[in-house]
Design a binder for this molecule. Structure first.
Ligand SMILES: [Cu+2]
Length: 251
């Protein structure tokens, strides 16, 4: 009996060692390639129900150059964009409990442009260590002012399109803590989600989102909208599986 119990203990120990080896091999692979290791996908749409927010109209009279770009007409803010199919644009969607791994950031930069006295894109995600290139397509004075709680602020005049500002972030953090403003044009704002993993995206003109490359597991998917707050859903996916979910923001 004693002997049998000991054998059982030994075999369960070796199983545990074997498993942890497999686990660290998998993680080592992630470090090496920088790519997500999994084959599961979570996709869906962000719907809106209720009374849409009235678009806030921005007058750019304060800066003649901006105003001229819009022929003197007020411009709708990006803070609530309802797509023609009843879905929401500019919703940051991400995995709240990402699979453990030391994910290498892509070398391809994320581009943030200042165009028509707007930041574009209005909401974006970036990985820690991934290059951010800030353009000034307008070619006249803007001021790139990043505010964060976990990453240091930066505040840089950007007077010409000839110069690209290059930045990187060191710590993950989420809006509303992390954003860009322009001290020359108080209406300019862009929200940034900074992640230490690649499982994030932003809903576009059709309100859809796709997060792929996930290993099998149960994930909390969070959707954040600057005016409507955030929602979380739990989703379980198997290897190779695609699951479709719907977020519905109401007001
Ligand atoms: Cu500006």
């Amino acid at each position: 009996m004693q002997w049998r119990r000991m054998m059982a203990l030994v075999s369960s120990l070796s199983l545990a060692v074997g498993l942890s080896c497999a686990q660290s091999k998998k993680e080592a692979q992630i470090v090496k390639t920088g790519a997500a290791a999994g084959t599961a996908t979570i996709k869906g749409v962000v719907k809106f129900q209720g009374t849409p927010l009235k678009p806030r109209m921005i007058s750019m009279k304060q800066d003649k150059k901006c105003d001229a770009l819009h022929k003197g007409k007020p411009v709708p803010s990006d803070e609530f964009v309802l797509n023609s199919n009843g879905t929401l644009k500019w919703v940051l969607v991400y995995v709240k409990n990402p699979p453990k791994g030391n994910y290498k950031p892509p070398s391809k930069p994320v581009v943030l442009d200042q165009k028509g006295c707007h930041y574009t894109p209005h909401v974006f995600g970036i990985m820690v260590g991934q290059p951010l290139e800030i353009f000034n397509s307008d070619g006249f004075l803007h001021n790139v002012h990043f505010i964060g709680k976990k990453n240091p602020q930066f505040n840089q005049a950007h007077p010409t399109s000839a110069v690209k500002i290059r930045k990187q972030f060191k710590s993950p953090e989420l809006p509303p803590d992390s954003y860009f403003k322009c001290d020359v044009h108080p209406w300019m704002k862009a929200w940034v989600g900074i992640f230490d993993h690649p499982f994030f995206t932003v809903s576009g003109d059709d309100g859809s989102f796709t997060i792929s490359g996930l290993p099998a597991g149960t994930y909390e998917i969070e959707a954040w909208h600057e005016k409507l707050g955030k929602q979380t859903q739990k989703v379980t996916v198997k290897a190779g599986e695609t699951k479709t979910i719907t977020f519905t923001f109401k007001r």
